[in-house]
Design a protein around this ligand. Structure first.
Ligand code: NAP
Length: 347
């Protein structure tokens, strides 16, 4: 018999993504039974408010999942902690939806964007784990999919303009303190989360470099796109850039399709696509209706697309500008949308 309520555990509950999980579970009225919050020793004894109650944050350890009957784990404690604790939770019968990079390319773990490949969720049974893609991949692939379905995407050249919240709460503090330090002309710049000064700067490096000169973030965008779209032929050429913005990633995406298209049809397809909102009226007096921008999408669910135009330098070329809230659709919301399908269709 179908359950009416599901017990949920959140790994990394005190982080940016963890806190967003709580907000979205409340907003979407998820059919929640018991709620268990886990974080590191740094948060021992902390409490988190949820629906008028306070929940104690537990320190994550090997015994955390025993005798709790957790149905769904929403996981975002970083890749290293997830590699250890997600399989333990899965072994105790919970289905883990993991936001970290650790399981994404595991052939026995589905990598899911609900608007793109919801049918892959059923593959969770092999390991009881479902992976959430990287934030920059999610917002690129959501508008790409309906274009691919009709015109077949051959190649993508993407430059990302990624906010500091993509690197967690300490990264946001780093931008804040560097910015106020520079404005008030006091204090030296001590980069910790970022390789160089991030305030008033753009950094052409997200994550570590690999031997071929690409960063791990860029490699994720290539491999994850091919896995989600089930198409190894799609060529992706990414450059990932960190910008001094608190929330929201922007991406300039250049697309080459196999079949020719009319630009009006692309606009029509995108305006009907699930999870996409088109804002593309460049002569509009209202700036919010001209094109999407990072400061305007914080807290929004959709992936926003604007600056839709032909690339006249190649055959069947298209340029779009894509913006989304990285902590929301790029992480917590995507995972909760997966959880909603999971409980509706499979648990
Ligand atoms: P964050 O703000 O730094 O939070 C990290 C969370 O993980 C905190 O709750 C922290 O607990 C917990 N944690 C760290 N080590 C732990 C351990 N050994 N055991 C248990 N809990 C531990 O980071 P975030 O932005 O929420 O990101 C979390 C994960 O989601 C990362 O893997 C990240 O790559 C991924 N992700 C983030 C985004 C984004 O836009 N931020 C998007 C997609 C995916 P304490 O507070 O106790 O230290």
């Amino acid at each position: 018999m179908k359950k009416e309520r599901y017990n949920v555990g959140i790994l990394g509950a005190t982080g940016l993504v963890g806190r967003e999980f709580l907000d979205i579970l409340e907003e979407r009225n998820f059919p929640l039974g018991d709620l268990f919050l886990f974080a590191s020793e740094n948060s021992a004894g902390e409490r988190a408010p949820f629906k008028g109650k306070e929940y104690m944050v537990e320190v994550l350890n090997e015994n955390s999942f025993k005798k709790k009957n957790i149905d769904v784990i929403l996981s975002s404690p970083g890749a290293s902690a997830s590699s250890k604790f997600s399989p333990l939770a899965a072994g105790e019968g919970a289905v883990v939806i993991d936001n970290t990079s650790y399981f994404r390319m595991d052939p026995d773990v589905p990598l899911v964007i609900p608007e793109v490949n919801p049918e892959d969720i059923k593959l969770f049974k092999k390991k009881n784990i479902i992976a959430n893609p990287n934030c920059s991949t999610i917002q690129m692939v959501v508008p790409l999919k309906p274009i691919h379905d009709k015109y077949r995407v051959k190649r993508i050249v993407v430059s990302s303009y990624q906010s500091v919240s993509g690197a967690g709460k300490k990264a946001m503090d780093e931008l804040f303190y560097q910015t106020t330090g520079i404005i008030n002309a006091k204090g030296d710049i001590y980069p910790e989360k970022f390789p160089v000064q991030v305030a008033f700067n753009c950094i052409p490096q997200i994550d570590a470099f690999s031997e071929d000169g690409y960063t791990k973030e860029e490699i994720k965008m290539i491999k994850e796109t091919q896995k989600i779209m089930h198409d190894k032929e799609i060529r992706v050429s990414p450059t990932a850039i960190r910008v001094p913005v608190f929330f929201g990633h922007g991406e300039s995406v250049n697309i080459e399709t196999e079949k020719p298209f009319e630009i009006q049809d692309i606009k029509k397809i995108l305006s009907k696509a699930p999870g996409v909102k088109v804002v593309d009226d460049i002569t509009n007096q209202d700036p919010d209706k001209r094109y999407p921008f990072q400061a305007g999408v914080a807290g929004e669910d959709d992936v926003y697309v604007g600056r839709i135009r032909k690339d006249f330098s190649v055959e069947n070329g298209l340029n779009i500008w894509v913006v989304a809230d990285n902590v929301r659709k790029g992480a917590a919301l995507n995972a909760i949308q997966i959880a909603e399908i999971l409980i509706r269709e499979y648990l």
